[in-house]
Design a protein around this ligand. Structure first.
Ligand code: SF4
Ligand code: SF4
Ligand SMILES: [Zn+2]
Length: 492
């Protein structure tokens, strides 16, 4: 709850921490596959380390584990072994420590709380030293709040008067790298928590802000949430008999290519950067980032055909050929820039839109490239970049986010009068206008969305479908069905 804010909702965290749930919770269909991605890893370590009758974690794999998760688990165990070689330490594995707080002067109703840290626990034989190891997919910067709370759990969880010194380490399951997050005496840990952790814990328990996002898919109070926008029938599916999930146009695309690929991506397993960040993909992202920055502010200036030589935004590294192509695409954008005409204003680049569709029991997430005002009406614009190829003939069928845009506008989720598709191609720009009020367009959007969603909605096992896509699959490393590439096959 104290990690990156991007995927969190403070109100949901607060209610969860207080143990508040709706009195009546419907019975939901469960996924066939195990949903706790690192559960098999932790379970296997429990089996290996806590083999002498000590308490094991409450978690046991109750459901089938996807082939990709099994491979990931094997890799993670090898990385753990590399980070903490057996025999290299005299520390002993321990069962989980929980920090419990109950006000000394509180009456029967005084609020107490308990803090858990999800990790591996070790102690010295004499009980004077404790080490808490926190698993992460990749090492990431930890805030003082995270460090302080972990240090408190190591020092004061399941109190033991013998504890004198504690250490907190994070370790990366991807590459076995480690980083010490805290190393100090028990008193240091308590003081560090008091200064850095306690204010955040108090704030968590009293958070009024609702922040709709991906957390809404698993939030127990979603059916009652005052801030989660509803879109009954948005996806055109009436079927509450499937497990609750979140859906976005990206989900649709990756599932259609290969169900296993979409599934493993959705678990956020580490991807192959040489594929994920290929030069062409990075060029597309850099163009989007450049336009998003240009199109921000209440009254942005129109983009010109002269593109600066150093147009590539920070964080993107493009080879010369992609930098030149990107500049050419951006110079074409000047012809169709929404702000080339007066009376265009109030841009909202890449807003996150979230809707709950109770008829399908799905959470829908989408990020339009740009919303802006044209006089008195709103416009929804999607921008695509292309390195070549023929013009798009059927925009709705090609881009599920356009079909979704039509449905969202038709349902009143966004009050736009038109939807635009801007395609930047080396030969020049295309600008297509889609009228979301047209009955024909609405019917086409509904049919397209049904086609994209129905198979995925009923999907249970997300099995691999090897094919040409394997050659540029960013999660092939976790897939045992990868089709061998021609260059690696032996000659007959
Ligand atoms: S439904 Fe979403 S916005 Fe509402 S409390 Fe839950 S996570 Fe937060
Ligand atoms: S390697 Fe091929 S079969 Fe495996 S997940 Fe990727 S696309 Fe699917
Ligand atoms: Zn522009």
């Amino acid at each position: 709850m104290f990690g990156p804010e991007r995927y969190r909702c403070p109100a949901s965290d607060s209610l969860k921490a207080r143990g508040l749930f709706p009195a009546r919770r419907g019975v939901r269909k469960r996924e066939t596959l195990e949903e706790f991605t690192n559960g098999p890893f932790m379970n296997e370590l429990d089996r290996m380390e806590l083999s002498r009758g000590e308490d094991r974690s409450a978690w046991q794999p109750a459901r089938r584990v996807h082939d990709g998760v099994r491979r990931w688990t094997g890799h993670a165990l090898a990385m753990y072994e590399a980070a903490f070689p057996a025999g290299a330490t005299e520390l002993l594995p321990a069962a989980a420590w929980d920090y419990r707080y109950r006000p000394a002067d509180g009456g029967r109703d005084a609020a107490g709380f308990r803090i858990k840290a999800w990790g591996r626990y070790f102690k010295s034989a004499d009980g004077r030293f404790r080490e808490l190891r926190l698993p992460v997919n990749r090492l990431r910067p930890r805030t003082p709040v995270e460090r302080a709370i972990a240090a408190l759990v190591a020092a004061e969880g399941d109190p033991d008067v013998r504890v004198e010194h504690v250490r907190v380490v994070q370790f990366a399951l991807t590459d076995g790298r480690t980083e010490v997050l805290f190393d100090g005496t028990r008193a240091d840990a308590v003081a560090y928590y008091r200064d850095n952790g306690a204010p955040a814990v108090r704030a968590l328990l009293d958070q009024p802000e609702y922040r709709p996002g991906s957390a809404c898919a698993s939030c127990a109070i979603a059916p009652l949430c005052p801030e989660l926008p509803r879109g009954p029938g948005l996806l055109g599916i009436t079927d509450r008999g499937q497990p609750r999930r979140s859906w976005s146009p990206t989900t649709a695309r990756s599932h259609r290519g290969c169900p296993a690929r979409g599934y493993l991506r959705s678990l956020r397993l580490p991807v192959d950067d040489s594929v994920e960040r290929s030069a062409a993909a990075e060029r597309g992202r850099a163009v989007h980032a450049y336009l998003a920055a240009r199109h921000s502010g209440p009254a942005p200036r129109p983009c010109g055909a002269e593109v600066p030589v150093d147009w590539v935004p920070d964080g993107y590294d493009l080879p010369p050929v992609e930098r030149e192509l990107g500049a050419r695409l951006l110079s074409h954008h000047a012809e169709v820039c929404p702000f080339r005409l007066a009376d265009r204003h109030d841009p909202e680049p890449e807003p996150l839109l979230v809707f709950d569709d109770p008829e399908a029991d799905l959470l829908v997430l989408t990020e339009p490239d740009l919303l802006y005002r044209d006089g008195g009406s709103w416009v929804w614009r999607e921008t695509k970049t292309s390195g070549g190829g023929p013009p798009v003939r059927k925009p709705l069928a090609t881009y599920p986010q356009l079909a979704l845009a039509v449905r969202v506008v038709a349902a009143g989720g966004v009050r736009a009068d038109r939807i635009e598709l801007e395609v930047l191609r080396p030969e020049g720009p295309d600008l297509r206008i889609i009228d979301p009020r047209s009955a024909h367009t609405r019917a086409e959007a509904a049919a397209v969305l049904r086609d994209w969603i129905t198979g995925w909605h009923r999907e249970r096992l997300f099995e691999a479908a090897p094919g040409p896509e394997c050659a540029r699959c960013e999660v092939a490393r976790w897939c045992s069905a990868t089709r061998p590439q021609p260059s690696t096959q032996e000659a007959p």
